[in-house]
Design a protein around this ligand. Structure first.
Ligand SMILES: Cc1cc2nc3c(=O)[nH]c(=O)nc-3n(C[C@H](O)[C@H](O)[C@H](O)COP(=O)(O)OP(=O)(O)OC[C@H]3O[C@@H](n4cnc5c(N)ncnc54)[C@H](O)[C@@H]3O)c2cc1C
Length: 547
């Protein structure tokens, strides 16, 4: 028997291939075999939706490596079209079948890494077998062919998660009439409603038909039927109602499973069997902000955790960080991103928070091309520690989400955001960047300089007797206003505050900034006054999200 370390990796994409290449760099002497049931390894699944519309025109650019290139560079034994059907833990072997030739054999391991990913969730409704999915390059080829064969649709996408929305954008690009059917009241339910409403609007403006609060009950040969009786013409149907961990091998091998349905691992990616590791979408991850185990099917974590598994096998004793969850989506030139907890997730987890909304520019307003970045930040009430952020806009969203993701990773507070020295020239940012401004607004709330009311609280506050004062200009007020608001522009407030009962006032402006100035003026005159957080823009987005 040879002393050579023998490692088998199941799944040859994000987690699996990161593990394989990292391990090779650490252990030149190891024998590393990668089994992949599909035709390709190391492909760019995140690029697949854009290949459908030829935004990514070159199919080969999705294929980052081949078995041959991986053999040449990393001396990996990569076997495609090869399905692992069973893990035999006592013997430390796996059963394997070549799905093309039917050849079956048994292979042995010292260490095994499972990175089998996640599979599309398919609604249990009649006709679901007709629904296509988009998981790998072969799926993308099938979809492309079906789109052509159908004479370009119409298409119905069941589910408005990330893949569903990316599919919708790319089908619209190539002229396929597309309807997205979503059970919930908004698309992409990971976001809070007022933060996702603008993307929803952008999709609709570009011809994507979105049906929310809608439940498909049957797929026929040419239609999707909804519970309310609506019949949607559908030559093409896509199952895009999220993904579930593809963990049947691990489960059947008796490895410990988490309550989320993902494989349980420790902070070195070891499963309950010390010789078996797991990484990627098949695995559950402890959440950094709630402590709860979560399924976070994202490429960054799959790659990172694959590398950690390799480090551990090589004896480096690494430690996985708890996961924050950072994700961004773009469609028709408009982006929406999130890091950490949403308001909805914080409430569900019983995490106490303060929240701010602001709408600064992506760069200095006087330099051409500045766009509004709408930003929402959650932080702990007493410490100011940042818990999460969401942003949307046509420019600069990725940068702000990434800075706040880094801040969360570093345990920073909203006060710290004021002090971040960020790169500035007029075409890139502002001397007071959106991030610094979030710090200023958060600082005011954290330390009680200003009190705020949220968009979804306003109606109840007014019903209880609060007087709403719109401190924007008369022109702005006439262009769109909140029902029941009195208009007194902020520049007239010092002279006209006597028109108001000081007992219970809420002020609002367009984004919250003049409202803050107004609260300070009125407080100085003895008013009990609060500012509508995020101003008219946030309130309007909230109303749109309910439409
Ligand atoms: C269309 C699409 C778009 C995406 N866009 C983004 C994005 O923009 N941003 C982002 O962060 N994430 C995105 N993701 C998610 C990201 O791709 C995954 O999080 C990541 O690939 C997970 O890596 P993994 O190694 O766990 O699984 P995968 O990369 O899915 O690889 C698992 C592999 O295991 C193979 N396999 C499974 N079972 C067996 C078996 N028994 N034997 C042999 N082989 C097996 C499968 O064939 C598969 O190729 C997207 C995913 C898809 C499908």
């Amino acid at each position: 028997m040879s002393d050579q370390l023998k490692v088998i990796i199941i799944g040859g994409v994000a987690g699996g291939m990161s593990a394989a290449t990292r391990l090779r760099r650490l252990r030149e002497d190891a024998h590393i075999t990668v089994y992949e049931m599909g035709e390709h390894v190391s492909y760019a699944n995140c690029g697949l939706p854009y290949y459908l519309s030829d935004v990514i025109a070159d199919r080969n650019s999705l294929l980052l490596q081949t078995p041959t290139s991986l053999h040449n560079r990393f001396n990996l034994d990569v076997r495609v079209h090869t399905l692992v059907t069973k893990i035999n833990r006592d013997e430390k072997t796996v059963n394997v079948v070549n799905v093309q030739t039917g050849e079956e054999y048994v292979d042995t391991y010292d260490k095994l890494i499972i990175s089998t990913g996640a599979k599309p969730r398919k609604l249990p409704i009649p006709g679901i077998d007709r629904a296509m999915t988009l998981r790998n390059v072969t799926d993308a080829d099938t979809v492309k062919a079906m789109v052509e064969r159908s004479g370009k649709g119409p298409a119905v996408i069941l589910g408005a998660g990330f893949i569903g929305i990316e599919l919708a954008e790319n089908l619209a690009h190539i002229g396929v009439p597309t309807t997205v059917v979503q059970r919930g009241s908004n698309i992409l339910s990971i976001f809070d409603p007022e933060m996702i409403a603008p993307l929803e609007e952008r999709l609709r403006e570009n011809g994507v038909h979105i049906l929310t609060n809608a439940e498909p009950v049957e797929i026929t040969a040419d239609e999707v039927i909804l519970r309310d009786g609506t019949r949607l013409p559908a030559k093409l149907v896509f199952a895009a109602a999220g993904v579930i961990p593809d963990n049947s091998l691990a489960r059947e091998a008796g490895l410990k499973m988490g309550d989320t349905g993902g494989v349980w691992v420790d902070n070195q990616q070891r499963t309950s069997d010390p010789d078996i590791y797991a990484a990627g979408d098949a695995v559950e991850k402890p959440g950094a902000l709630t402590g709860a185990q979560q399924l976070i099917p994202l490429a960054n974590l799959a790659n990172r955790h694959g590398r950690l598994a390799a480090d551990s096998i090589a004896g480096l004793e690494p430690k996985a960080n708890k996961a924050i969850g950072t994700v961004i989506i773009g469609a028709f030139g408009f982006a929406t991103g999130i890091t950490g907890l949403s308001e909805r997730a914080a409430k569900k987890a019983g995490v106490k928070f303060e929240v701010i909304h602001l709408h600064p520019g992506s760069h200095a307003g006087y330099y051409p091309g500045a766009e509004r970045v709408s930003l929402k930040v959650l932080f702990e009430p007493n410490t100011g520690k940042i818990l999460g952020a969401q942003a949307n806009g046509a420019d600069g969203v990725d940068k702000r989400i990434d800075v706040i993701a880094t801040a969360i990773h570093g345990g920073l507070t909203v006060d710290d955001l004021m002090d971040l020295e960020l790169a500035y020239a007029p075409q890139f940012g502002s001397a007071k960047d959106a991030i610094n401004q979030a710090g200023y607004v958060g600082n005011n709330v954290l330390h009680g300089t200003t009190e705020t009311v949220q968009w979804h609280e306003l109606e109840a506050e007014m019903a209880k007797g609060a007087v709403l004062v719109d401190v924007r200009t008369t022109g702005e007020n006439e262009a769109g206003s909140i029902p029941g608001a009195i208009n007194i522009p902020v520049d007239e407030l010092r002279a006209r505050h006597t028109e108001l009962n000081p007992a219970n006032v809420i002020v609002h402006c367009q984004v919250g900034q003049r409202g803050h100035t107004a609260t300070q003026i009125l407080k100085a005159h003895g008013f009990s006054v609060r500012n509508l957080d995020g101003g008219y823009i946030t309130w309007k987005a909230g109303q749109d999200s309910r439409a």
